[in-house]
Design a protein around this ligand. Structure first.
Ligand SMILES: C[S@@+](CC[C@H](N)C(=O)[O-])C[C@H]1O[C@@H](n2cnc3c(N)ncnc32)[C@H](O)[C@@H]1O
Length: 188
Protein backbone atom coordinates (compact mmCIF):
# COMPACT_ATOMS: atom_id res chain seq x y z
CA UNK A 1 0.00 0.00 0.00
CA UNK A 2 2.68 2.47 1.09
CA UNK A 3 4.76 1.33 -1.85
CA UNK A 4 1.90 2.08 -4.25
CA UNK A 5 1.34 5.55 -2.86
CA UNK A 6 5.02 6.51 -2.88
CA UNK A 7 5.99 5.07 -6.23
CA UNK A 8 2.92 5.69 -8.35
CA UNK A 9 4.73 7.03 -11.39
CA UNK A 10 2.95 7.73 -14.61
CA UNK A 11 5.45 9.18 -17.07
CA UNK A 12 8.34 7.24 -18.49
CA UNK A 13 11.64 9.18 -18.84
CA UNK A 14 13.34 7.21 -21.58
CA UNK A 15 15.70 7.94 -24.47
CA UNK A 16 14.67 5.61 -27.28
CA UNK A 17 17.67 4.37 -29.26
CA UNK A 18 17.40 4.80 -33.01
CA UNK A 19 17.37 1.15 -34.04
CA UNK A 20 15.76 0.19 -37.30
CA UNK A 21 16.02 -3.54 -36.79
CA UNK A 22 12.87 -5.39 -35.75
CA UNK A 23 12.48 -8.11 -33.14
CA UNK A 24 14.89 -6.68 -30.63
CA UNK A 25 15.90 -8.41 -27.43
CA UNK A 26 15.51 -6.04 -24.53
CA UNK A 27 16.36 -6.59 -20.89
CA UNK A 28 14.85 -4.49 -18.12
CA UNK A 29 17.44 -5.26 -15.49
CA UNK A 30 16.16 -4.55 -11.98
CA UNK A 31 12.60 -4.38 -13.34
CA UNK A 32 11.00 -4.23 -9.89
CA UNK A 33 7.22 -4.25 -10.26
CA UNK A 34 7.54 -3.73 -14.03
CA UNK A 35 7.02 0.03 -14.45
CA UNK A 36 9.45 0.35 -17.35
CA UNK A 37 8.92 -3.20 -18.62
CA UNK A 38 5.27 -2.32 -19.25
CA UNK A 39 6.27 0.73 -21.32
CA UNK A 40 8.88 -1.28 -23.22
CA UNK A 41 6.28 -3.86 -24.20
CA UNK A 42 4.15 -1.05 -25.66
CA UNK A 43 7.08 0.76 -27.35
CA UNK A 44 8.59 -2.34 -28.92
CA UNK A 45 5.63 -4.48 -29.89
CA UNK A 46 7.56 -6.87 -32.15
CA UNK A 47 10.33 -7.42 -29.66
CA UNK A 48 11.23 -9.80 -26.90
CA UNK A 49 11.14 -7.94 -23.59
CA UNK A 50 12.53 -9.60 -20.47
CA UNK A 51 12.30 -8.27 -16.91
CA UNK A 52 14.73 -9.49 -14.26
CA UNK A 53 14.84 -8.70 -10.55
CA UNK A 54 16.09 -10.46 -7.40
CA UNK A 55 12.94 -9.67 -5.40
CA UNK A 56 10.15 -12.24 -5.48
CA UNK A 57 7.53 -9.84 -4.10
CA UNK A 58 8.16 -7.29 -6.89
CA UNK A 59 8.11 -9.98 -9.55
CA UNK A 60 4.77 -11.25 -8.34
CA UNK A 61 3.29 -7.80 -8.98
CA UNK A 62 5.15 -7.46 -12.29
CA UNK A 63 3.75 -10.78 -13.53
CA UNK A 64 0.22 -9.53 -12.90
CA UNK A 65 0.57 -6.66 -15.37
CA UNK A 66 3.00 -7.96 -18.00
CA UNK A 67 2.77 -10.38 -20.91
CA UNK A 68 6.50 -10.88 -21.33
CA UNK A 69 9.11 -12.96 -19.60
CA UNK A 70 9.88 -12.18 -15.96
CA UNK A 71 12.88 -13.82 -14.37
CA UNK A 72 14.11 -13.95 -10.79
CA UNK A 73 17.85 -13.23 -10.87
CA UNK A 74 20.72 -11.01 -9.85
CA UNK A 75 22.52 -8.48 -12.04
CA UNK A 76 25.81 -9.62 -10.54
CA UNK A 77 25.45 -13.03 -12.16
CA UNK A 78 23.15 -12.84 -15.16
CA UNK A 79 21.67 -16.07 -16.49
CA UNK A 80 22.09 -15.18 -20.19
CA UNK A 81 24.53 -15.98 -22.98
CA UNK A 82 27.18 -13.50 -24.06
CA UNK A 83 25.95 -10.83 -26.48
CA UNK A 84 22.31 -11.82 -26.31
CA UNK A 85 20.57 -8.41 -25.89
CA UNK A 86 20.19 -5.36 -28.17
CA UNK A 87 19.19 -3.06 -25.31
CA UNK A 88 19.73 -3.28 -21.56
CA UNK A 89 17.82 -0.85 -19.34
CA UNK A 90 18.70 0.18 -15.82
CA UNK A 91 15.81 2.29 -14.58
CA UNK A 92 16.51 3.64 -11.08
CA UNK A 93 18.71 0.64 -10.36
CA UNK A 94 22.38 1.67 -10.25
CA UNK A 95 22.13 3.72 -7.06
CA UNK A 96 21.19 0.50 -5.25
CA UNK A 97 24.16 -1.46 -6.57
CA UNK A 98 27.18 -1.66 -4.30
CA UNK A 99 29.50 -3.80 -6.47
CA UNK A 100 29.29 -1.74 -9.64
CA UNK A 101 32.43 -3.02 -11.35
CA UNK A 102 31.05 -6.56 -11.46
CA UNK A 103 27.57 -5.29 -12.35
CA UNK A 104 28.78 -3.32 -15.39
CA UNK A 105 30.95 -6.24 -16.45
CA UNK A 106 27.87 -8.49 -16.52
CA UNK A 107 25.87 -5.89 -18.47
CA UNK A 108 28.67 -5.61 -21.03
CA UNK A 109 28.85 -9.36 -21.34
CA UNK A 110 25.20 -9.84 -22.29
CA UNK A 111 24.98 -6.77 -24.59
CA UNK A 112 25.51 -7.31 -28.30
CA UNK A 113 28.49 -5.63 -29.98
CA UNK A 114 26.38 -2.76 -31.30
CA UNK A 115 23.99 -2.86 -28.33
CA UNK A 116 22.66 0.03 -26.28
CA UNK A 117 22.66 0.63 -22.56
CA UNK A 118 19.95 2.90 -21.24
CA UNK A 119 20.26 4.30 -17.72
CA UNK A 120 17.86 6.43 -15.75
CA UNK A 121 18.80 7.52 -12.26
CA UNK A 122 18.74 10.40 -9.80
CA UNK A 123 21.50 12.95 -10.19
CA UNK A 124 23.68 13.82 -7.23
CA UNK A 125 24.61 17.42 -6.61
CA UNK A 126 21.91 20.00 -6.11
CA UNK A 127 21.02 20.60 -2.46
CA UNK A 128 17.27 20.28 -2.71
CA UNK A 129 17.70 17.01 -4.61
CA UNK A 130 19.68 15.69 -1.74
CA UNK A 131 16.76 16.14 0.66
CA UNK A 132 14.23 14.79 -1.81
CA UNK A 133 16.44 11.75 -2.36
CA UNK A 134 16.86 11.25 1.35
CA UNK A 135 13.10 11.28 1.87
CA UNK A 136 12.58 8.94 -1.12
CA UNK A 137 15.23 6.58 0.22
CA UNK A 138 13.64 6.57 3.64
CA UNK A 139 10.20 5.81 2.18
CA UNK A 140 11.70 3.14 -0.05
CA UNK A 141 13.42 1.61 2.93
CA UNK A 142 10.15 1.57 4.88
CA UNK A 143 8.21 0.15 1.94
CA UNK A 144 10.72 -2.33 0.54
CA UNK A 145 13.62 -2.55 3.01
CA UNK A 146 15.92 -1.43 0.20
CA UNK A 147 19.36 -0.05 1.00
CA UNK A 148 19.88 3.72 0.79
CA UNK A 149 20.98 5.01 -2.59
CA UNK A 150 24.45 6.05 -3.64
CA UNK A 151 24.07 8.57 -6.46
CA UNK A 152 26.40 9.91 -9.16
CA UNK A 153 26.75 13.43 -10.53
CA UNK A 154 26.75 13.83 -14.33
CA UNK A 155 30.54 14.08 -14.28
CA UNK A 156 30.80 10.83 -12.31
CA UNK A 157 28.43 9.16 -14.77
CA UNK A 158 30.60 10.22 -17.72
CA UNK A 159 33.77 8.96 -16.04
CA UNK A 160 32.24 5.70 -14.84
CA UNK A 161 30.68 4.82 -18.18
CA UNK A 162 33.87 5.56 -20.08
CA UNK A 163 35.83 3.54 -17.55
CA UNK A 164 33.52 0.58 -18.22
CA UNK A 165 33.86 1.04 -21.98
CA UNK A 166 30.54 2.64 -22.76
CA UNK A 167 30.26 5.57 -25.15
CA UNK A 168 27.76 8.20 -23.92
CA UNK A 169 25.52 9.14 -26.87
CA UNK A 170 22.86 11.28 -25.24
CA UNK A 171 21.99 12.72 -21.84
CA UNK A 172 18.67 14.27 -20.85
CA UNK A 173 17.70 15.79 -17.53
CA UNK A 174 14.38 16.46 -15.83
CA UNK A 175 14.50 17.94 -12.32
CA UNK A 176 16.76 15.67 -10.33
CA UNK A 177 16.42 12.82 -12.85
CA UNK A 178 19.10 11.99 -15.37
CA UNK A 179 18.59 9.78 -18.40
CA UNK A 180 21.60 8.43 -20.34
CA UNK A 181 21.90 6.47 -23.56
CA UNK A 182 25.20 4.74 -24.31
CA UNK A 183 26.62 2.20 -26.66
CA UNK A 184 29.11 -0.53 -25.93
CA UNK A 185 32.70 0.08 -27.04
CA UNK A 186 34.48 -3.01 -28.29
CA UNK A 187 33.92 -6.58 -27.23
CA UNK A 188 33.26 -8.00 -23.81
C1 LIG B 1 14.06 1.70 -7.22
S1 LIG B 1 13.74 0.06 -7.75
C2 LIG B 1 13.42 0.35 -9.48
C3 LIG B 1 12.56 -0.72 -10.08
C4 LIG B 1 12.14 -0.49 -11.53
N1 LIG B 1 13.27 -0.42 -12.42
C5 LIG B 1 11.30 0.75 -11.64
O1 LIG B 1 11.80 1.76 -12.14
O2 LIG B 1 10.14 0.72 -11.20
C6 LIG B 1 15.36 -0.69 -7.79
C7 LIG B 1 15.33 -2.13 -8.25
O3 LIG B 1 16.66 -2.63 -8.36
C8 LIG B 1 16.62 -3.99 -8.00
N2 LIG B 1 17.97 -4.47 -7.68
C9 LIG B 1 18.71 -4.23 -6.58
N3 LIG B 1 19.86 -4.92 -6.62
C10 LIG B 1 19.84 -5.62 -7.80
C11 LIG B 1 20.74 -6.54 -8.42
N4 LIG B 1 21.89 -6.88 -7.85
N5 LIG B 1 20.39 -7.09 -9.60
C12 LIG B 1 19.23 -6.74 -10.21
N6 LIG B 1 18.34 -5.90 -9.66
C13 LIG B 1 18.64 -5.34 -8.47
C14 LIG B 1 15.70 -3.98 -6.79
O4 LIG B 1 15.21 -5.27 -6.46
C15 LIG B 1 14.62 -3.03 -7.27
O5 LIG B 1 13.58 -3.68 -7.93
Amino acid sequence: MLANIVFRRTKIFFIKPDIRRKSLKILDLGCGTGFLTCHLEKLYTDSWVVGLDPRKSYLKEAKRKLNGIIIEGNGLCLPFREESFDIVCLYDVIHHIKIRKKFFKEVKKILKKDGYLFIKDVEKGITYNFFINLIMDLLQFLAYRENFGDYYSQEQWNKTLLHHNFDVLDIKKRGCEISILCSKIGNY
